[in-house]
Design a protein around this ligand. Structure first.
Ligand SMILES: Nc1ncnc2c1ncn2[C@@H]1O[C@H](COP(=O)(O)OP(=O)(O)OP(=O)(O)O)[C@@H](O)[C@H]1O
Ligand SMILES: [Mg+2]
Length: 253
């Protein structure tokens, strides 16, 4: 099976939360599946900006990315979060290789329509050759969500969920799993809300417009829907192996 895994940035900051996602990746590798990992890093980027006294601002969940902010984004995602993940995965015996979407011409993006958010993009083209070459060598690529702006003009900051979905489609993955802090989609954003076991892709718009899903859950649901509609047969938020922890499964239209 070809598997694309997204590891949430907030999950990486939780003490002890490393365990469950790393065990799942180990198990995918042991069972000889081909795994590609995409990670986030929102909280670490915000920390770096605050330390430098740079204002943090968002528009509908997307970070407004001036040139100065982009410098922090690249440094934190590639230099800190990606590097720390490679260390953690290597210690667990996983042959992890750190990259970003800029490497090997993997991801090209265009700036978002609407208000000017600066160096923020959405993936427009995927070239899976580098990931396939690493799979051939039995390696696990770990991708920071950066992409080259179409025309080679420079780096764009992309949402990790969107990058994971684009890669899953480009690689014709059999499975996409989002590992995130809340373990799955909940009945509401409130703490303690129950896990939703299944959601139909056609219900996603309603979940978002009603506010039952907000903030970082919005790009996640939209990315899950994109992946399903472009042929990824199984999309989960939560655990693939752990029936007790459970997951939210997306049902195609
Ligand atoms: N119905 C919902 N169920 C679960 N979480 C929800 C819901 N609505 C909103 N959320 C919020 O969505 C967040 C998950 O998105 P977030 O972008 O913060 O995490 P991530 O994508 O895993 O991390 P990163 O963006 O750093 O990669 C949760 O922490 C929660 O606050
Ligand atoms: Mg997110």
């Amino acid at each position: 099976m070809r598997v694309v895994v997204k590891i949430g940035g907030s999950l990486l900051q939780q003490a002890g939360a490393g365990e469950s996602w790393i065990h799942e990746i180990q198990r995918f590798v042991q069972e000889e599946h081909q795994v590609a990992v995409v990670h986030g890093g929102g909280p670490a980027i915000t920390e770096s900006l605050s330390r430098a006294g740079v204002a943090v601002s968002f528009h509908q969940g997307q970070r407004i990315t001036t040139s100065e902010v982009l410098g922090h984004v690249v440094q934190v995602l590639r230099g800190q979060v990606n590097a720390a993940l490679i260390v953690q995965m290597s210690r667990a015996g996983i042959a992890a290789v750190g990259l970003s979407g800029v490497d090997g011409g993997m991801l090209q993006a265009r700036r978002l329509d609407g208000p000017d958010l600066g160096h923020v993009g959405k993936v427009a083209e995927v070239n899976p050759a580098l990931i396939q070459a690493l799979w051939q060598a039995n390696m696990v690529p770990v991708v920071a969500p950066l992409a080259m702006e179409q025309g080679g003009r420079g780096i764009l900051n992309c949402n990790g969920d969107g990058v994971a979905a684009a890669l899953a489609v480009g690689l014709q993955a059999d499975l996409m799993v989002f590992f995130t802090e809340r373990g799955g989609l909940r009945e509401s954003p409130e703490p303690g809300a129950a896990l939703v076991r299944q959601i139909a892709a056609s219900d996603i718009a309603q979940w978002i417009s009603s506010g039952r899903a907000n903030a970082g859950m919005v790009p996640k649901l939209e990315s899950a829907r994109d992946a399903l509609r472009h042929g990824v047969p199984t999309v989960l938020i939560g655990s693939y192996y752990d029936a007790f922890q459970g997951s939210t499964e997306f049902l195609a239209d």
